[in-house]
Design a protein around this ligand. Structure first.
Ligand code: ATP
Length: 138
């Protein structure tokens, strides 16, 4: 069979578990395409959508950091949080994006804003908005 098992796991739940045809993730050094039979490796992931092709249909999943582990017949994505498009509350993500952008804009005036935290919150919100609105394909 020209597929492999993909599992996406967070500390809270198993988000996805299915035989898939291919997977594209955004590693810290760029996009990585994974097909059946890929050599084993482990790499950290960016906060970004990943694309999965299963039964000929491609979907995006919001994945917030973590790692991808490629084994012989199985790929595991371990992330702090991850959501399928149907799980995403778009209004909540838009509110989070506005909050993060406001924090980043006031950074010069207010020294106590944690820039890295605001940037990561913005990436999570943008990732959720892309996946929810169907713009998460890489
Ligand atoms: P917010 O500021 O809206 O809480 P956040 O990026 O700080 O967003 P996280 O800490 O990444 O949130 O996630 C906390 C939990 O809430 C996780 O289980 C995550 O899946 C869920 N979550 C966060 N934002 C959304 C959203 N827009 N839609 C659905 N689930 C979400």
């Amino acid at each position: 069979m020209n597929t492999f098992l993909l599992e996406i796991v967070t500390p809270e739940r198993l988000v996805y578990s299915k035989q898939v045809n291919s997977l594209t993730v955004r590693g810290i050094e760029g996009a990585l395409g994974i097909l059946p039979g890929h050599i084993p490796f482990v790499t950290p992931l960016q906060v970004a959508p990943l694309s999965v092709k299963s039964d000929g249909v491609t979907i995006s999943i919001a994945v917030h950091g973590g790692f991808v582990e490629v084994h012989k017949d199985k790929v595991t994505v371990l992330a702090e949080s991850a959501e399928l498009p149907v799980d995403i509350d778009l209004e909540r993500a838009e509110a989070a994006r506005e909050r993060a952008e406001r924090r980043l804009q006031t950074r010069n005036k207010q020294e106590d804003i944690d820039l890295g935290r605001a940037e990561l919150a913005l990436q999570r919100a943008v990732t959720r908005i892309k996946v929810s609105t169907g713009k998460g394909q890489q």
